[in-house]
Write a protein that binds this ligand. Structure first.
Ligand code: HSE
Length: 301
């Protein structure tokens, strides 16, 4: 069984731990098979934990096997297409692929909705113990997903009505989500909280109407998380400016960074925006001009 778990953008400015978007064209692939032993064994193309309980794919697959009360062992071969610590949901992509691969091997007893808990629990491994679904749920379901940080199983999948042209740049450095969470303020003044809550509400309305130009100003003025994290990404300001100079509607960090993304006007300008962001991100940066993935995790050939 071969399964593709897509990457995702998260936070999208004011939506910290709340809003995520599945990305087309980049993801992890897991090949899974039953084994004669009782355990889950893992091999990978990248230097990630190979003990199943410490690996998001292994943990997700284990939770699915347990949910099905099936004691058979599995082998997962993980091909990481998403650079480690890049900020586009690599651990979540592996978690969704691990869960879906186990589910398919079992004959698909569970719906995606029934796997949300396993994927969220697995993703906890990557975030220093907190449970947030803004990468895991978009990777599972595709599209734009709104989730509650307090209760991640309260989520809403939001239909995107018009094509969304995205430029994504991955600077050549890596940031661990758990580290990028420790630098965040533990409390924020009411004025900043109110500003962000209002911006998130307006931004969501703009997403729902497919008005990408209206999304962008809200996406760019987070006052709580992105200002703290910008210091971890030396090219942050240069990439934002390059995106805007190249005609993007807006640009922001994704997740804990260092990856950044921009919303472009159309399919013609998105490559120009992407090239400008890659140049501004410095040596070794990679970029892609892409769109939203509306399908989420799936079997692949
Ligand atoms: N919302 C999360 C964060 C995404 O920004 O820390 C990264 O997993």
């Amino acid at each position: 069984m071969r399964v593709y778990g897509p990457a995702s953008l998260s936070n999208l400015g004011p939506g910290f731990d709340t809003l995520g978007l599945c990305l087309k064209g980049i993801g992890d692939i897991i090949e899974a098979r039953f084994t004669s032993g009782p355990e889950i064994t893992i091999t990978s193309s990248a230097p990630i934990p190979l003990v199943a309980s410490d690996n998001t794919a292994g943990r997700a697959a284990h939770l699915v096997m347990t949910k099905a009360a099936d004691k058979r062992g599995l082998h997962l071969s993980i091909k990481k297409g998403i650079p480690l610590g890049s900020g586009i949901g690599g651990s979540a992509a592996s978690a969704s692929a691990g869960a879906w691969a186990a589910n398919l091997l079992l004959g698909k007893p569970f719906s995606k909705e029934e796997l949300a808990h396993a994927v969220l629990e697995a993703e906890r491994l990557a975030s220093g113990g907190t449970l947030h679904g803004d990468n895991a749920l978009p990777s599972l379901f595709g599209g734009l997903v709104l989730t509650s940080p307090a209760k991640p199983l309260d989520y809403r999948c939001i239909r995107l009505t018009t094509p969304l042209h995205l430029a994504v740049v991955m600077p050549k450095r890596s940031i661990l989500t758990a580290d990028a969470r420790t630098i965040l303020p533990s409390a924020v003044p009411r004025i900043e909280a109110v500003h962000n809550a209002s911006d998130l509400a307006f931004m969501l309305h703009a997403f729902m109407t497919g008005d990408w130009e209206a999304v962008s100003p809200y996406m760019m003025r987070d006052r709580v998380v992105e200002p703290a994290r910008a210091s971890l990404v030396p090219c942050y300001q240069a990439v934002r400016e390059a995106a805007m100079d190249a005609g993007a509607y807006g640009a922001a960090l994704t997740g804990s960074g260092p990856a950044m993304f921009a919303i472009a006007r159309d399919s013609f300008s998105v490559s120009k925006v992407c090239d400008a962001m890659v140049r501004a991100a410095g040596e070794g940066a990679r970029g892609m001009a892409t769109e939203a993935d509306i399908h989420g995790v799936r079997q692949c050939s």
